[in-house]
Design a protein. Structure first.
Length: 182
């Protein structure tokens, strides 16, 4: 009997040991319904930070820390960027966030792409879709999404880093309601 138990644990260990980063990232994404996090965003050298909540698929709410009350909201179809003095509304499918906020899209792409290890601590996949190139980064220990880089709709180079990531929390559904114009 002990022989079977030893063989069983050996097979479990062997199977677990052969799991690839790609498989772990995909499993983690599949088990994630939503995330909230702090972020630092660098757009052409201008650094902003704040907090975001993502609910899959394609919903995001971000509050920026500066005094202009900037928020970014997507209800899954449109993306609104609002400040004290401005209001911009875009079709979500015309922005890189359309892909970043779609975990099924990410899973399908990651499944066929080759990974690149960056600085021994990041796992990177480069996604090219509809003339848009997005580099997505995952932590090589937690397999969480920890950032992305892309060129935005105004051709600005955008780097976003995530920190203090929390997953599958209870969130208010009305936070993804698009704000009205001033």
């Amino acid at each position: 009997m002990t022989k079977y138990i030893v063989i069983f644990f050996f097979l479990v260990f062997l199977t677990k040991g052969n799991t690839t980063n790609k498989e772990r990232i995909i499993k983690n994404l599949k088990n994630t319904k939503n995330i909230d996090f702090n972020f630092e965003q660098n757009i052409n050298g201008k650094i902003e930070n704040g907090n975001c909540t993502i609910e899959y698929p394609k919903k995001i709410f971000c509050e920026y820390a500066k005094s202009n009350n900037k928020i970014v909201v997507s209800n899954g179809k449109s993306l609104v960027v609002k400040t004290i003095t401005s209001y911009y509304r875009y079709p979500l499918d015309k922005t890189p966030l359309n892909f970043i906020l779609d975990k099924e899209f990410l899973i399908n792409k990651i499944n066929i792409l080759e990974e690149r290890i960056v600085d021994g601590s990041l796992i990177n996949y480069t996604i090219k879709e509809n003339d848009i190139e997005i580099n997505v980064f995952f932590n090589n220990e937690t397999y969480d999404l920890i950032g992305w880089q892309n060129t935005d709709v105004y051709q600005n180079f955008n780097i976003t880093f995530l920190s203090s990531i929390r997953k599958n929390r209870i969130i208010l559904k009305n936070i993804f309601k698009l704000p009205t114009q001033n």
